[in-house]
Design a protein around this ligand. Structure first.
Ligand SMILES: [Zn+2]
Length: 636
């Protein structure tokens, strides 16, 4: 209770300062202010080679926005070529390209075309010497630690289309580079944080050379380096399976002690990911955090860059090591496989930390944010817009909340079982995945089709809006009618299990009702007087404006029957929404009053083959001691 009061105090403090971010909310700030939408042409380039290895050897001075150096690439051509094509922004000047000798090249339209021939399927290499000012400020940050500290920092940032603004590359998600080596020379006093293992940091009093090697497949945008006067903190953590992982923190000296203190429970954070995602993919190298001043965060492989070590940002970037890095979205349309998963884990980890206080608050806050606009899908149909790719409302929040809904829908065991299989799938790890890949894993684990769920929640736009009417009838049944509309026409109905809390007689029962059509009525026997019902109290479903009405005027159609479809050609379904305690007489008569069918039923659902019926209007009569109904239907 004491802790909760402290959090409430902190929350009110945050709100009073007008900050809209809740404690656990993450804003990675990957969108761009200006021209980040370029280089869409890469999608149409025929590269015709497989990128195997890149050695990046750069000279940078954090005080200047400038890069100089060389990039050696090892590649294997997949067909006979006479020109090798790389992405490289025009603002960078290529001095020369060398193989055994100087090669001819052209550099325009942000493409570097190198005249060279290679034997198919044999690894070849060449080195590109270049220098210049990276094109876009958003894609290559140079600045100072903060407003009050003038220490310079330079940090690369590439997602989604920006690697070529600072280095020659093959900007293609589907071809991971087998391994990379990054060697950064900077003025003495600065060191560099980067991917993989630190081979050496050599300072000769004038310059410092940081040499990093990463021996795991890596996508082009996950290569990164950041250079400033870091103070380094190394530690090891041990996990329950015996794994020992090196953790390195590259921190600003002025905030070192504050930031180190923030991750005192990092061991437990890592253990959480081991428990709910799986083995850390890069345990033979390290995991690291490097502070930067670009704002937000970026999941460079084995080294998350972030403004500070805020708990939620640390959790978010760490989760990307599995979701984004180890398995990368196969196209930017599938970006929710990176960001939706990272957001879900940023919610879910709060169940186990801070007394679980933030978990529901985060779901509530982000649910309201998602529902603040009636449209928009998780799946990203417009990859020409970086703002859409990194839409916080759709890619992050709706993506994360839909995963939480799916967890409710199929249960924790099937949900996390699917994820563990996904991060062990040999076709996907160290590779890419598309939406269908994760869908298959969820379907296999839950042993059910999720086509409708994905169509509604991932590809469809909007959310359901519920209106519930309930009453406790004279036969001790709790009757609940569920009316559903949708916020967007792309989805006409969300078939979901509804979480309903029933209160009365000092007790609280949770119901899980399978809502399969609009105006569905559920009849649940209860042995206490129901005072009230509440819906979606734990935010399992993305919705808003829930309307719950107690039906005090008793206008319920007690013996509700649903007959569909009408008109009908083949199978007619008859459903009865109350407990049936006796055989009911079912009779079908035609328009002339002649009986064409007669039977007794004692189930809530009956399917009749009416294909042999003559076309026309019919009446169904249903009789029992408490039911006496006539309904009309048509056969076509
Ligand atoms: Zn992220």
């Amino acid at each position: 209770m004491k802790i909760n009061l402290i959090y409430i105090f902190l929350l009110s403090l945050l709100l009073s300062y007008g900050q809209i971010c809740l404690f656990g909310q993450v804003n990675e700030s990957k969108t761009h202010n200006n021209s980040g939408n370029y280089n869409l042409k890469s999608a149409q380039i025929e590269y015709n080679y497989d990128m195997k290895f890149q050695r990046l050897n750069f000279i940078v001075n954090p005080a200047f926005r400038f890069i100089e150096g060389n990039a050696t690439i090892y590649y294997k051509t997949t067909q006979q070529i006479d020109t090798l094509v790389l992405d490289l922004f025009d603002s960078l000047k290529v001095d020369s390209v060398k193989k055994n000798q100087l090669l001819n090249f052209s550099h325009s339209n942000n493409l570097l075309k190198i005249k060279t021939s290679s034997t198919v399927n044999i690894i070849d290499s060449l080195t590109i010497y270049y220098s210049g000012v990276p094109s876009d400020f958003d894609y290559f940050f140079q600045g100072v630690h903060s407003d009050t500290n003038s220490t310079s920092i330079i940090s690369s940032f590439s997602e989604p289309y920006g690697t070529y603004s600072w280095m020659p590359c093959k900007q293609d998600l589907t071809d991971k580079i087998d391994s990379v080596e990054i060697i950064i020379t900077s003025p003495s006093g600065y060191i560099t944080a980067s991917n993989g293992v630190l081979i050496s940091d050599v300072n000769n009093g004038i310059t410092n050379i940081s040499h990093w090697k990463h021996r795991h497949p890596i996508d082009y945008y996950l290569i990164g380096f950041s250079t400033t006067n870091y103070q380094v903190n190394n530690s090891k953590i041990g996990l329950s399976n015996g794994d020992s992982i090196l953790i390195v923190n590259y921190l600003y000296p002025e905030s070192y002690s504050v930031e180190v203190a923030k991750i005192s429970d990092f061991q437990n954070v890592f253990q959480f990911f081991y428990d709910y995602a799986g083995e850390y993919p890069y345990k033979n190298e390290k995991y690291g955090h490097a502070q930067w001043s670009r704002g937000g965060g970026m999941e460079h492989q084995t080294m998350g860059f972030m403004e500070n070590l805020k708990f939620s940002l640390v959790a978010h970037e760490l989760s990307h090591q599995w979701f984004g890095d180890y398995i990368t979205c196969g196209s930017w349309k599938d970006i929710w496989l990176n960001e939706g998963f990272a957001t879900f884990y940023t919610y879910y980890i709060e169940k186990f930390f801070h007394n679980g206080y933030w978990f529901k608050l985060l779901l509530k806050g982000d649910s309201e944010y998602v529902c603040s606009i009636p449209d928009g899908s998780v799946y990203c149909n417009d990859t020409t817009s970086v703002s859409r790719i990194f839409s916080r409302r759709l890619t992050y929040c709706k993506g994360g909340l839909v995963l939480n809904s799916l967890r409710w829908e199929i249960g924790d065991s099937a949900f996390f079982g699917a994820i563990k299989n996904y991060v062990k799938d040999s076709l996907l790890i160290n590779n890419i995945a598309e939406t269908d890949d994760i869908k298959k894993h969820f379907e296999q684990s839950a042993d059910t089709s999720l086509t409708e769920f994905f169509n509604d929640w991932i590809y469809g736009e909007g959310y359901p809006i519920y209106n519930l009417v309930w009453e406790h009838d004279s036969l001790n049944n709790l009757l609940i009618q569920v009316n559903q509309t949708t916020s967007h026409s792309s989805v006409n109905f969300y078939e979901m299990h509804l979480p309903i809390h029933v209160y009365g007689n000092n007790t609280d029962t949770v119901l899980r009702l399978h809502n399969t059509f609009d105006e569905q009525i559920f009849s649940i026997p209860v042995n206490f007087v129901v005072d009230s019902i509440k819906f979606n109290e734990d935010y399992e479903i993305i919705t808003k404006d829930i309307n719950i009405l107690q039906n005090i005027n008793k206008v319920f159609d007690y013996e509700q029957i649903k007959i569909y479809p009408s008109p009908s050609k083949n199978i007619l379904t008859i459903e009865i929404f109350r407990n049936i305690v006796e055989d009911l007489k079912l009779k079908i008569v035609n328009i002339n009053g002649s009986t064409v069918y007669e039977n007794k039923i004692k189930s809530n659902k009956l399917q009749l083959d009416v294909s042999g019926f003559a076309k026309g209007i019919y009446f169904i009569q249903l009789n029992g001691t408490k039911i006496n109904k006539i309904r009309k239907f048509e056969v076509q």
